[in-house]
Design a protein around this ligand. Structure first.
Ligand code: ZN
Length: 260
């Protein structure tokens, strides 16, 4: 089976549409979402509906939690965006109560972790599934943190949250897709790995193109692998939409151009 993995869409509809169109060209049987569907960007309602429609399931990210429940530990810009996002859902609930009810059911039941065999899926890390960040620098600076996280993994864990695409190995290395042959990581049955598909709607690794990955478990030899993908989208369209909304700070648009 070929499974597309998307994460951290952050209400960026232009990016999500480009990624979904690209996934359609890669013979995937299903799409999974690792959370942060909403928050920051200009099109939360449409993004939530597209994920509900196209994904087999989605996880709950810290921004989904912030909008639906309480924006804890958010900076002012993120908090303001969370309240604005919540108002968009509430407004649509008044205007289109039937479709909104379906959407609230989907959002209200987002799980914090999923397990399929010895593959685990969380937004943050296995020990703090919604909020903990695992940064590439941690592979060098915090080997104890990385070891503590790997202790909770049987084989492979898929995470989002940092918006940085790549693979952590349990010998404390981080591999960017550019450092892998064919941007592809062969999963060794004997070694553990943590894989981040990158962010659809707000990449922070210096490459402004939308990111996603494909987990391919179809190899007849039992070997699995992860392919990393990037796709161009209309960044200026999203920047303009953000700039036109007073309560979304201009920085949230500007950062998309530089992927920071
Ligand atoms: Zn995020």
């Amino acid at each position: 089976m070929r499974t597309a993995l998307i994460s951290d869409i952050h209400s960026n509809l232009s990016a999500l549409e480009a990624v979904l169109a690209e996934i359609d060209k890669h013979s995937c049987q299903r799409i999974l979402c690792l959370g942060d569907i909403i928050g920051y960007g200009p099109n939360p309602v449409q993004c939530a509906d597209a994920v509900a429609e196209r994904c087999e399931w989605s996880l709950l990210g810290n921004h989904d939690f912030g909008v639906l429940y309480e924006p804890t530990n958010f900076n002012t810009i993120a908090e303001q965006a969370a309240y604005w996002t919540r108002e968009q859902f509430e407004r649509d609930s008044r205007e289109n109560p039937d479709s909104a009810r379906k959407r609230w059911n989907f959002l209200g039941l987002l799980p914090v972790r999923k397990r399929e065999g010895d593959y685990l899926f969380v937004h943050g890390t296995p020990r703090k599934p919604i909020n903990e960040y695992l940064f590439p620098e941690d592979a060098i600076n915090s080997p104890a943190k990385l070891a503590g996280i790997f202790d909770r993994i049987d084989r492979v864990c898929f995470v989002g949250h940092t918006h940085v695409q790549g693979v952590f190995t349990d010998d404390s290395e981080f591999w960017k897709p550019d450092e892998l042959t064919d941007h592809s990581y062969p999963i060794d049955p004997q070694t553990k790995a943590i894989v981040n598909p990158g962010s659809v709607g707000q990449p922070r690794d210096g490459d402004p193109r939308a990111a996603f990955a494909i987990l391919d478990t179809s190899g007849g030899d039992g070997k699995h692998r992860v392919e990393f993908h990037r796709v161009e989208y209309d960044i200026e369209d999203t920047v303009e939409r953000i700039h036109s909304i007073d309560r979304l700070n201009d920085f949230l648009g500007d950062r998309l151009r530089e992927a920071r």
